[in-house]
Design a protein around this ligand. Structure first.
Ligand SMILES: [Zn+2]
Length: 281
């Protein structure tokens, strides 16, 4: 049988943080401090994330959502103290996937079907027929630059829009780590073809990240869909910035493709896929 701790793949990434992966490609993080723990993103909502976190830490927990996408808010309703940028909330102040494109709403059920079709086990007690991304009714907005105090240190929110308008990263200056959510997406590329993406804002985000990196604020980038990137690998910011600039200048070749989220221009930047909404270029 498949227990929760077998559903999640938990790995220590620093002396005070864990990377929690599910379904091999959806990541979230647990950052521990002397007074409080911070969970960054809440996965696809199939496992028992709150139960796992309780096994790992004995401290009050804050959940920070980098953005509203379904694969980041899946277990958010399990938490009492939930923070997100206000632009990521619905008009009535919740965090939810309802009212958005069918691609977002249908994707969770498709994931379960794909996982089962591959003959892979789901956690005990999980019922596919009732699986849904539960909305979070009670959310406290967090502003860019605002910090979350963990006791021995604080993590600072950094506005990193592009993939979504209120996308936040969390900076641990003491450990020199940036938790970057989806600033870089699957296979080291960019997903800028979804609802409310803004490729031009993404360019500014890379400038901000380059400045922070060059100031020595961080040396390691932890995203939700990639392995950790560190040191000289962080020139990926310049690579993606320059590639995206070429795309926006219409100087790059593309393929018109149909994705889970609709039609998109698919580019390649140094071997990584960059998807952009055709209407944006
Ligand atoms: Zn996303």
């Amino acid at each position: 049988m498949n227990r929760t701790d077998e559903w999640y793949d938990v790995e220590r990434v620093t002396d005070s943080s864990y990377r929690i992966m599910e379904v091999e490609k959806y990541g979230q993080y647990l950052v521990t401090g002397t007074e409080r723990a911070l969970v960054i993103d809440a996965g696809v909502g199939i496992g028992d994330l709150r139960g796992l976190v309780t096994e790992l830490v004995d401290a009050p927990v804050t959940l920070l959502l980098t953005h509203w996408h379904w694969d980041h808010i899946g277990n958010a309703a399990q938490f009492d103290d939930v923070r997100i940028h206000e632009d990521e909330r619905t008009a009535d102040g919740r965090v939810a996937i309802d009212g958005l494109s069918t691609e977002f709403v249908d994707r969770p059920a498709e994931l379960v079907e794909e996982w089962q079709a591959a003959g892979k086990p789901l956690p005990d007690g999980f019922r596919p027929e009732t699986y849904a991304i539960d909305p979070v009714e009670d959310v406290t907005p967090i502003s860019p630059g605002e910090s979350i105090d963990l006791g021995d240190r604080s993590l600072e929110s950094v506005h990193t829009p592009g993939h979504s308008p209120g996308h936040l990263s969390m900076l641990d200056r003491e450990k020199e780590v940036l938790y970057g959510g989806d600033v870089i997406h699957i296979d080291g590329g960019l997903y800028l073809h979804l609802e409310r993406c803004d490729p031009r804002a993404c360019l500014e985000t890379f400038e901000r990240l380059i400045d922070l990196r060059d100031d020595g604020a961080f040396d390691t980038l932890l995203t939700c869909h990639n392995r950790p990137l560190a040191g000289s690998e962080l020139t990926v910011f310049e690579t993606l910035r320059d590639g995206l600039q070429q795309i926006l200048d219409r100087e790059a070749d593309f393929e018109l493709v149909t994705t889970d989220y609709g039609r998109a221009h698919r580019y390649e930047v140094e071997g990584s896929p960059v998807f952009v909404d055709p209407a944006a270029v």
